[in-house]
Design a binder for this molecule. Structure first.
Ligand SMILES: Cc1cc2nc3c(=O)[nH]c(=O)nc-3n(C[C@H](O)[C@H](O)[C@H](O)COP(=O)(O)OP(=O)(O)OC[C@H]3O[C@@H](n4cnc5c(N)ncnc54)[C@H](O)[C@@H]3O)c2cc1C
Length: 416
C-alpha cells in the first residue's frame, strides 16, 4: 500500500457508504483513498441487521458475509402486545429472500478488506478534520491521526460518508431540515442460548413509561455468536417524544422480552448510548461542484424503520457510478446527475415515509393502525414490503393500496 498525498477520489468515512463507493471505484481502476477515523473497533450503537436487498448489494461488491460469521435470517416475528405474526422477508428484485445479522465491526472489517483487495488505500485511525477548498472547489482534506500527527491529502473528487453526525459534511455546508423526523435509538448486547435463531423479533409500539405505545419499535437480533442485539428506536414525530428517556425505554423493553429470549435483563455487554439518525433525505445538499454526500451523511436511512445500511450501500454505488463517469469523461458537471438519481430512486419513498411518520406520531392513529394491522398476516406482510421498500407494481393488498394513496397525497403535500 502506498501513502498517497493526492488521489482521484478521497472518501471520508470507511462505513458501508464510503466502502461501497471505494470498492466500486477502485475495482474499475481509479485511485481511491479511504479515511476512517476509528481504528477498527466496533462502534457502540449501530445497525447489524441486513435486509435481503443489503445482502444483494454486498454480494455485488464481492463481500462474502457468510465467510465472516453472518447469521442468516428468514424474517421477523412482529409482536404487538401478546399477539405475534411471523413474516418472511419479501423477495428482492434479484430473488433473494434471506437477510442476515452480522456484527457491525465484522461487516466494516470485511468491507474495508475488500476495498484494500481491489486497490483502494484504506487509512484507519485517520480523521478528516477540515476540507481544503480552493476557489470554491473542494480539493482535499486535512487529516489528524490517532498517533497525534497531522497530514493533508489532495483529490479530484471527494465523497462525504462520515455518518449521521457528519461534521465534515457540515463543514461543507450540508444541513438537516429540522421539520423532518429523525430516529432516536439505543441498543445493547446480551448473552443468550437463542443467538442462532434464524428469525429476528420486532415489537411494534412498545409502551413508554406512561403506557402509551411509542411511534417506533423494539428489536431482538440474534447475532449467531452467543449474543443478541437488543434495542429500541423511536421517531421524533412521536407526540410525547420529549418525555421519553430512550435508555429507560430500552431497559423496560429488554425486561419485557428477556424470558422469551432467555437472557438476563440486568446484563449489558455494552453500555447503551442515545443515537440520532437523520432520515428520509432530510440533509441537503447531496452534492457540490467536486463532492458527493452518501449514506447517513445525506440522511438516506429509511424513514419507516431507521435502517440505513442498505441505503448507505446503494447511495455509495450511485456516487461511484457518477464519479466513474466524471473521471472517465473528465467532466465534473456529471456530478449534477447525483441528486436527480437519488430523487428518482428514493424521493417518493422518503416523502411517503415522512408523511407516515407524522401520521403515526399521533397516538390515536398509531393505536388504530397497530391494533388493526396485527390481526392479519397479509396486512403485516404488506407492511413489511413497504418497510423494506420491496413493493411491486401489481400487488393489491390493503397496505399497498394505503401506500399508493399516501404516495398520491405526498405528491401534493408540502415537502415534509
Ligand atoms: C442503534 C442503531 C441501530 C441501528 N440498526 C440498524 C440495523 O439493524 N440495520 C440497518 O440497516 N441500519 C441500522 N441502523 C442505521 C445504520 O447504522 C446506518 O444507517 C448506517 O451505518 C449508515 O452507514 P454510513 O456508512 O452512512 O455511516 P456509518 O456507518 O456511520 O459510517 C461512517 C464512518 O465514518 C467514520 N468517520 C466519521 N467521521 C469521520 C471523519 N471526520 N474522518 C474519517 N472518518 C470518519 C466513522 O468512524 C464511521 O466508520 C442503526 C442505527 C443505530 C443508531
Amino acid at each position: 500500500m502506498t501513502d498517497r498525498s493526492s488521489t482521484d477520489v478521497l472518501v471520508v468515512g470507511g462505513g458501508p457508504a464510503g466502502c461501497a463507493a471505494a470498492i466500486r471505484l477502485a475495482a474499475v481502476g481509479h485511485q481511491v483513498t479511504v479515511l476512517e477515523s476509528s481504528t477498527g473497533d466496533a462502534p457502540i450503537g449501530s445497525g447489524d441487521l441486513l435486509v435481503p436487498a443489503a445482502v444483494d448489494e454486498l454480494s455485488e461488491l464481492g463481500v462474502d458475509i457468510g465467510a465472516v460469521g453472518a447469521n442468516p435470517i428468514d424474517g421477523t416475528r412482529l409482536w404487538r402486545g401478546e399477539r405475534s405474526v411471523p413474516v418472511r422477508w419479501p423477495h428482492t428484485r434479484a430473488g433473494t429472500s434471506t437477510g442476515a445479522v452480522i456484527r457491525r465491526s465484522a461487516l466494516n472489517e470485511a468491507l474495508r478488506a475488500r476495498a484494500a483487495d481491489v486497490g483502494a488505500e484504506v487509512r484507519l485511525g485517520s480523521r478528516a478534520t477540515t476540507p481544503s477548498v480552493e476557489r470554491g472547489f473542494v480539493r482535499g482534506a486535512a487529516i489528524e491521526t490517532t498517533d497525534g500527527s497531522a497530514d493533508e491529502i489532495g483529490c479530484r473528487f471527494l465523497i462525504v460518508a462520515d455518518g449521521a453526525n457528519s461534521r465534515f459534511g457540515r463543514g461543507l455546508g450540508t444541513h438537516r431540515d429540522r421539520r423532518w423526523p429523525y430516529a432516536i435509538s439505543a441498543n445493547t448486547y446480551v448473552t443468550s442460548g437463542r443467538s442462532d435463531d434464524s428469525w429476528i423479533e420486532t415489537v411494534l409500539g412498545p409502551p413508554d413509561a406512561d403506557g402509551h405505545p411509542i411511534t417506533g419499535h423494539g428489536w431482538v437480533h440474534p447475532i449467531g455468536d452467543g449474543t443478541l442485539n437488543v434495542g429500541v428506536s423511536m421517531l421524533s414525530s412521536y407526540r410525547y417524544v420529549h418525555g421519553v428517556n430512550i435508555i429507560k425505554l430500552l431497559d423496560a423493553f429488554a425486561s419485557s422480552v428477556a424470558e422469551r429470549w432467555g437472557f438476563d435483563p440486568g446484563e449489558r455487554l455494552v453500555e447503551p448510548v442515545r443515537r440520532r439518525t437523520p432520515l428520509g433525505g432530510s440533509v441537503s445538499p447531496a452534492m457540490g461542484p467536486t463532492f458527493l454526500v452518501a449514506g447517513d451523511a445525506a440522511a438516506m436511512a429509511n424513514p419507516f424503520n431507521g435502517h440505513g445500511v442498505r441505503a448507505a450501500l446503494a447511495t455509495g454505488r450511485t456516487a461511484a457510478d457518477v464519479l466513474d463517469e466524471a473521471l472517465t469523461v473528465g467532466n465534473s458537471t456529471t456530478l449534477q446527475h447525483y441528486p436527480a438519481l437519488l430523487e428518482e430512486s428514493l424521493g417518493q419513498y422518503h416523502k411517503v415515509g415522512r408523511l407516515t411518520a407524522r401520521f403515526l406520531g399521533r397516538p390515536i392513529l398509531l393505536r388504530t393502525a397497530l391494533t388493526t394491522g396485527i390481526r392479519s398476516e397479509a396486512a403485516m406482510g404488506a407492511a413489511l414490503r413497504i418497510a423494506t421498500n420491496e413493493l411491486r407494481d401489481g400487488e393489491t393488498g390493503g397496505a399497498e393500496r394505503a401506500y399508493r394513496i399516501a404516495a398520491l397525497i405526498a405528491r401534493f403535500a408540502p415537502s415534509w
